[in-house]
Design a binder for this molecule. Structure first.
Ligand SMILES: Cc1cc2nc3c(=O)[nH]c(=O)nc-3n(C[C@H](O)[C@H](O)[C@H](O)COP(=O)(O)OP(=O)(O)OC[C@H]3O[C@@H](n4cnc5c(N)ncnc54)[C@H](O)[C@@H]3O)c2cc1C
Ligand code: SF4
Ligand code: SF4
Length: 787
């Protein structure tokens, strides 16, 4: 049984790649941070490409110039206008813009100007994506310099040779005091300025093992020339592309390599690299070359360097961890606790790299994904607000307390009745509105619609693709018309005007909106939500005390015919990203919070919570059907208790333990909305929603995929970082594999954010994976601009 569950979990969720996202400083689109006057530009703002770096540097200066308080402080005299930390592409672009504007400034550079470019491998080809982009400012890329040497010469010519003179000094941190910023320099000394631009790139800190001997001179994080290690014993640590490429390159140049990785199988390498490694393991004399290393840390190519010498062997040491590095040896620990000591001349730690975050921590700049005490306090307060809101809105003790005391909104109908005769007549629109305005649900839905519309227009303005425009307008329309105007205004007004009193109208009214004394409009018009929200997301038209046959038929067609059909052609996102109200709020109000969704294997396993909720829904369904047939049976009692009856304790300490309060109110409402600004807007959609859980199963048979042009992918991880379903998109893209993780909600953030236009929506034959068609609705601005 457990084995079957494990296989099902793997088939549905746990088989997908689950890479995490690099932490970066939290930076607004104009480069500003939460430290007033401190801007961050270049690679650290997210996209590691030359053109974006240059553009962000120049734009940050333009933002500073447009700041009235900056201009005012200049008039008052005092320190220099600007310190630029980092003399790379973005820092130099900022310097050129500052000089053009006549600012007084200083550029600090820790090693040498353009050091990142200077350290590119010899004759490395340079790609200037996106081809149609013209960066702001004077630091342009002519495209003529298509190899490293030409690029460096061009950059120097545009800056150093035109009078930009960086000062060689390492900045340690930036602090604020008396309205100015102080830049502390390594070795002592401080520079004071009105504004600071930090342009220190990502090359920063390589990840550490934390073992003795790691600081020895023979430990490297980059491979420059594998010929240096001919006839040497080399340990390569890591399981990704950089480790494999290093191992192959060193072995091909005659080094004896041991590849140590802590897991039993390699993680995330490209299939090409795995193939090459396997060929060498099978036959060390096989002709294998790394002409174009995919890892920026393997700044070399092999094949040409063999010089006729013999290749060295590669030995795999999986499930081992480095215990100690000694001057002539290394000690590896195996999983069973045994250790092994190997002769060693050099160690390559290819275990990842972190952006230079300590600089930002010291300077008080927030880091994405890092929770400080203030973050926890804000989160707890917002959750408390959500508890209040949902108790008041969803019929809890607060609802009854407000109703008994005739507080808002229960007093609104009386107040409106005094406003004029038309408000008292339910057959007028004003009269219908007056009655609807007496329930908390009306205001909740109204606020929901306003959020979707206001933030929807902001999303359209921000993202500017035909796909986003069409998708957002559709979501807004569905939210406002069938999910608000219809149940709160149009249907009740029609009812008060006799539309459901006789003939076909009466039949329809009685079957869809039964008469009730609990609703001021006299019928259950709220059931109209079921026209859009399908079972088992919206369960209340199916789990009724007596079967509502028309709703049962509608729900059945929705859940078991229409939705599977849509998913077959367009994926789960055709519902989650284009129709559902939870998705509408997540894509609009949640648009700027999508990068907060956690990634990684633990969170991928949590995706299975939805399957548990789905299982409970089916249990409720079975007990409901048996309960209808045998109303006196145990099943009917069980259904009523599980649905919304069971509770423990009494009075103020009464705790509801049933589906309604735990799933509808706690998971979908309190946690779903409560996590919005801390863990992204799709927490409920990804982890809890039972309809999504069912759709994941349908999606496994879908034609929909995100297609990737492998050769365009620069493995920048932007696509993964913006995915608010936690999908490791890059892991498919850089291998050119169609993305088929069923969590995708077709939000298009990955496609829209990819700086090279690698991604696009389309359909494949699920068996052969051959592309059937690509979407015509353009979702990538790069693809659009490149035609
Ligand atoms: C191997 C490799 C290949 C690449 N190929 C391409 C390509 O083909 N096409 C493309 O578009 N992009 C490519 N890139 C990306 C491109 O190089 C970067 O986008 C660009 O260099 C980023 O510029 P930057 O100013 O943000 O940072 P960097 O260029 O890294 O400059 C940062 C500078 O800050 C200095 N610095 C760091 N810390 C401090 C400190 N505390 N105080 C003072 N100075 C400091 C560093 O010495 C460095 O000079 C490649 C990157 C690498 C590593
Ligand atoms: S597909 Fe992803 S990793 Fe590849 S270039 Fe685009 S955003 Fe970067
Ligand atoms: S479209 Fe891209 S970003 Fe959006 S859910 Fe799918 S994979 Fe994630």
């Amino acid at each position: 049984m457990l084995g079957a569950i494990g296989r099902y979990a793997r088939w549905l969720h746990t088989q997908w790649p689950a890479g995490t996202v690099e932490k970066l400083p939290i930076v607004r689109p104009d480069g500003a941070t939460k430290v007033p006057g401190l801007y961050v530009v270049g690679d650290l703002t997210g996209i590691p490409l030359l053109k974006f770096s240059s553009d962000s540097g120049a734009r940050a200066v333009q933002t500073i110039l447009a700041d009235a308080s900056f201009q005012k402080s200049r008039a008052a005299g005092g320190p220099i206008d600007l310190v630029i930390v980092g003399g790379g592409v973005s820092g130099m672009a900022a310097a050129l813009e500052a000089r053009k504007a006549g600012l007084s400034f200083e550029v600090l550079e820790a090693s040498e100007p353009f050091s990142t470019l200077v350290n590119f491998p010899r004759a490395k080809p340079i790609y200037t994506y996106p081809t149609s982009m013209i960066p702001a400012g004077a630091l342009q890329f002519s495209g003529k310099s298509d190899i490293k040497e030409g690029l460096v010469a061009e950059m120097r010519e545009l800056t150093l040779e035109r009078g930009i003179r960086p000062r060689i000094a390492r900045a340690e941190k930036v602090t604020r005091g008396d309205g100015v910023l102080n830049v502390a320099l390594a070795g002592g000394g401080t520079l004071t300025a009105r504004r600071v631009i930090v342009a220190i790139g990502r090359s920063g800190n390589f990840r550490k093992l934390g073992v003795k001997g790691e600081d020895l001179d023979k430990v490297y994080n980059r491979l420059h020339d594998p010929r240096d290690f001919r006839n040497q014993d080399v340990l390569v640590v890591g399981g990704g592309d950089s480790a494999i490429e290093t191992a192959i390159a060193v072995a091909q140049c005659g080094g004896r390599v041991t590849l140590s990785y802590r897991k039993p199988e390699l993680s995330r390498p490209k299939p090409d690299n795995v193939d090459k490694l396997q060929r060498l393991l099978d036959d060390p004399t096989a002709e294998v070359a790394i002409e174009h290393p995919s890892s920026e840390r393997v700044t070399t190519a092999t094949g040409a360097f063999l010089d006729g010498g013999a290749a060295g062997p590669i030995r795999m040491a999986l499930s081992t961890q480095v215990k100690e590095i000694r001057p002539r040896e290394v000690v590896l620990a195996k999983q069973n606790g045994e250790t092994e000591t190997l002769p060693n001349d050099a160690v390559f730690l290819m275990i990842g790299r972190e952006a230079p975050l300590d600089f930002f921590r010291r300077s008080g700049v927030g880091i994405s994904g890092e929770w400080r005490p203030a973050t926890w306090v804000g989160f707890a307060l917002f959750l408390a607000f959500c508890v209040f809101l949902y108790n008041w809105k969803a019929g809890g003790d607060l609802y009854h307390a407000f109703e008994q005391r005739h507080w808002f909104p229960f007093n609104v109908p009386d107040a409106l009745a005094a406003a004029g005769a038309s408000w008292s007549d339910p057959a007028t629109l004003a009269g219908t509105l007056r009655l609807s305005a007496g329930s908390p649900g009306f205001y909740y839905s109204l606020a929901y619609c306003l959020c979707v519309v206001v933030f929807g227009f902001r999303r359209i303005r921000r993202r500017r693709t035909p796909y986003i425009t069409a998708q957002t307008l559709t979501l807004m329309l569905i939210q406002v018309v069938p999910l608000f105007l219809l149940p709160y205004l149009v249907l009740p007004w029609a009812g008060h005007n006799g539309w459901f009193d006789s003939g076909a109208g009466a039949w329809l009214g009685d079957h869809l909106f039964p008469v009730t004394e609990w609703d001021p409009h006299g019928r259950e018009y709220w059931r109209a939500f079921g026209l859009i929200l399908a079972w088992p997301l919206f369960i209340w038209n199916v789990f009724t005390s007596q079967p509502l046959w028309l709703w049962l038929a509608i729900s059945f067609v929705q859940t078991f015919a229409l939705i599977p059909l849509m998913i077959y052609f367009w994926g789960k996102g055709s519902y989650c990203g284009w129709i559902c109200s939870c998705g509408a709020l997540a894509e609009t109000l949640g648009d700027t919070h999508r990068q907060k969704m956690p990634h990684g294997p633990f969170w991928n396993r949590l995706n299975l919570v939805g399957q548990v909720v789905l299982g409970v829904c089916f249990l409720l369904f079975v007990t409901r059907v048996i309960g209808w047939i045998r109303p006196e049976s145990w099943f009917a009692t069980m259904h009523a208790g599980l649905l919304n009856g069971w509770s423990v304790g009494s009075g103020a300490l009464r705790l509801q333990v049933n589906y309604y309060w735990w799933v509808d109110v706690l998971m979908a409402g309190i946690l779903g909305v409560g996590c919005y600004f801390w863990l992204s807007g799709r927490v409920w959609c990804r982890f809890g929603c039972p309809l999504a859980a069912l759709m994941h199963v349908y999606t496994r048979f879908s034609r929909f995929r995100i297609l990737a042009e492998k050769k365009k992918c620069i493995s920048c991880n932007v696509c993964t970082s913006v995915c608010h379903q936690g999908i490791d998109v890059m892991n498919f893209a850089n291998k050119g594999m169609p993305m088929d993780d069923p969590e995708c909600v077709r939000c298009s953030a990955c496609v829209q954010s990819c700086p090279t236009g690698t991604l696009g929506f389309g359909q494949v034959n699920p068996r052969t994976l051959l592309v059937i068609r690509r979407d015509r609705l353009v979702a990538s601005p790069v693809t659009a601009s490149e035609g």
